[in-house]
Design a protein around this ligand. Structure first.
Ligand code: NIG
Ligand code: FE
Length: 415
C-alpha cells in the first residue's frame, strides 16, 4: 500500500466537479472524497467508496468542513500588467464623453501606453501585484495576461516579462498573450500599416523567439485594426506556431469571430455585436466565446452578446474579468459570475463552467478546469451550502483554501 499512498485526501466535502460526465448539475458529488498524488487528482467519488480509511490512504487528511470544492478558477482574459490608471477618463465618461471619443482624442488605451512605457520592470510588477492578489484570494489558479500597453518591442517585452515574473512570485500559472495590435501608437498615427508591419516583422518574431508568448491577440475594431490588418497579424502568429484569439465584435461587427474560426483559433472575446453566421463559424471551428460583463457594464453597453445563439449552436462560453484600466477595472472573478447571470442571463452553472472548464479550453489547456482523475489538482474550497451561492452573492468572498498542483495555499497567506 505505502508506495501507492496518496499525498493527500479531502473528506467532509462536496464536489462541483464541472465534469460533463457526472450527470448531476455542476457535476456535483455530495459527501465526497478526493485523493491527490504528485499534483494530480487520483480519486474522486463518494466518501463511502473510498478504498480504505483516509488516514491509511494518504499522508495528509484535509477536512473540507462541509464546504464545496470546485476546480481552481481560470481567468482567461486580462490586461493585468499596466502603469497608471484611468480614473480621470472615468470622470470624463461620466460627463458624457464616449469610450470611442476619448480614444480618438488620444486618451484611452494610448494614455495607458504612455504610463506603461514610463514604468520600469519592478514598478510594473509592484503595480500589478495587488490586482493579482485580489484575484488569487478568490480561488484563481490560472490567469492569462496580455501585453498591449507598450506598442513597441521593448515595452511589450517588458510587460510579458513582468507577467511571467508574477507567476514566479505568486502561486498561479500565468499564460501570456502578445497583444501588439491593441492600438496604433501615436508615433505611427499617420501610417497604421507601417505599425502592423512592425508588429508582424519585428515585435512578434522577437517575442516568439524569447519564448514570452503563449498566444497572439488583436483588437479588431473601428478604433483598433481592420480584419485585413488582423489577418496579417494572425498569419505572422501562425508562422511562429502561436495560436490566436481576438477582441472581436465589441463595438461593431467586422467579422472578427469568423476570422478566428478560419485560423482555428482559441477564442473570440467580447462579441456583443456577433451575428448568427459568426456564431456558426465559431461552433464549427470549436472557438470559445469569452464573455466580459465587466466591460459591458463599465461602458454601459446595451447590446448583449448573443447568448441564445451561442447555446443553440453549442459554443462553449467562458467568462473573464478583462481586468484593464479603461473598460474593466475589475479584480473579482466572482463578481463576473454575478454580472453574467444578472446582465446576460447565464445560469449560475453556466457561469461557473465559464470560469473553470470553458476558461481552460479558451486557453487551450486540457489538464484543468474540471475535477476528474488525471487532472491537475487545482482546486478552491468554498464556505458555501450550494454552488449557486458563488454567483448569487456580491462582495462576499467565501474562499477558504486554494490548492494548486496539490499544494495548499490559504488565501491571503504569504501575501
Ligand atoms: O478588452 N477593447 C480593447 N481592449 C480592452 C480595453 C483596453 C483599454 O481601454 O485600456 C478591452 O476592453
Ligand atoms: Fe480585453
Amino acid at each position: 500500500m505505502s508506495a501507492e499512498r496518496w499525498d493527500s485526501v479531502w473528506i467532509d466535502v462536496n464536489l462541483a466537479t464541472m465534469d460533463d460526465d457526472v450527470a448531476a448539475p455542476y457535476g456535483a458529488i455530495q459527501d465526497a472524497a478526493l485523493g491527490v498524488k504528485d499534483g494530480r487528482i487520483v480519486f474522486i467519488g463518494s466518501r463511502a467508496d473510498l478504498p480504505g480509511r483516509p488516514q491509511d490512504l494518504a499522508a495528509e487528511v484535509h477536512s473540507g468542513e462541509g464546504g464545496w470544492l470546485t476546480p481552481g478558477l481560470v481567468d482567461c482574459h486580462t490586461h493585468l500588467v499596466y502603469g497608471g490608471n484611468r480614473a480621470r477618463e472615468f470622470e470624463l465618461r461620466l460627463q458624457g464623453a464616449s469610450y470611442e471619443e476619448i480614444a480618438k482624442a488620444g486618451g484611452g488605451i494610448v494614455s495607458t501606453v504612455m504610463a506603461t512605457r514610463n514604468a520600469d520592470e519592478d514598478s510594473l510588477l509592484a503595480a500589478s501585484l495587488p490586482r493579482l492578489d485580489a484575484l488569487l484570494a478568490e480561488g484563481v489558479t490560472t490567469i492569462e495576461i496580455k501585453s498591449g500597453y507598450g506598442l513597441d518591442t521593448e515595452t511589450e517585452t517588458r510587460m510579458l516579462r513582468v507577467a511571467r515574473r508574477l507567476g514566479e512570485v505568486r502561486p498561479v500559472d500565468v499564460r501570456t498573450t502578445f497583444l501588439g495590435a491593441h492600438a496604433v501608437p501615436p508615433e505611427y498615427k499617420a501610417d497604421p500599416e507601417a505599425y502592423v508591419d512592425l508588429v508582424c516583422a519585428e515585435m512578434l518574431p522577437a517575442i516568439a523567439k524569447a519564448g514570452l508568448a503563449d498566444a497572439v491577440d488583436a483588437f479588431c475594431e473601428g478604433i483598433g485594426f481592420s480584419t485585413e490588418q488582423t489577418r496579417k497579424v494572425f498569419e505572422a502568429a501562425r508562422a511562429h506556431g502561436l495560436p490566436v484569439k481576438l477582441h472581436a465584435e465589441q463595438l461593431s461587427n467586422l467579422g472578427g469571430a469568423a476570422l478566428v474560426a478560419e485560423f482555428g483559433g482559441l477564442s473570440a472575446d467580447h462579441i456583443e455585436y456577433l451575428d448568427e453566421a459568426g456564431v456558426q463559424a465559431m461552433a464549427k471551428a470549436g472557438v470559445v466565446a469569452v464573455l466580459l460583463p465587466g466591460a459591458f457594464y463599465m461602458l454601459r453597453e446595451t447590446r448583449k452578446p448573443p447568448i441564445e445563439l451561442l447555446r443553440k449552436h453549442g459554443v462553449a462560453m467562458a467568462l473573464s474579468t478583462d481586468c484593464n484600466p479603461g473598460t474593466s477595472p475589475v479584480t473579482s472573478l466572482l463578481l463576473m459570475l454575478n454580472m453574467a447571470c444578472t446582465l446576460f442571463f447565464l445560469t449560475p452553472e453556466e457561469a461557473l463552467a465559464g470560469v473553470t472548464r470553458h476558461a481552460a479550453k479558451a486557453l487551450g489547456l486540457d489538464d484543468r478546469g474540471v475535477l476528474r482523475p488525471g487532472m491537475r489538482a487545482d482546486m478552491a474550497l468554498w464556505r458555501i451550502g450550494a454552488p449557486a451561492e458563488l454567483a448569487y452573492a456580491i462582495g462576499l468572498n467565501p474562499c477558504a483554501a486554494v490548492v494548486r498542483a496539490g499544494k495548499q495555499h490559504t488565501p491571503r497567506q504569504e501575501r
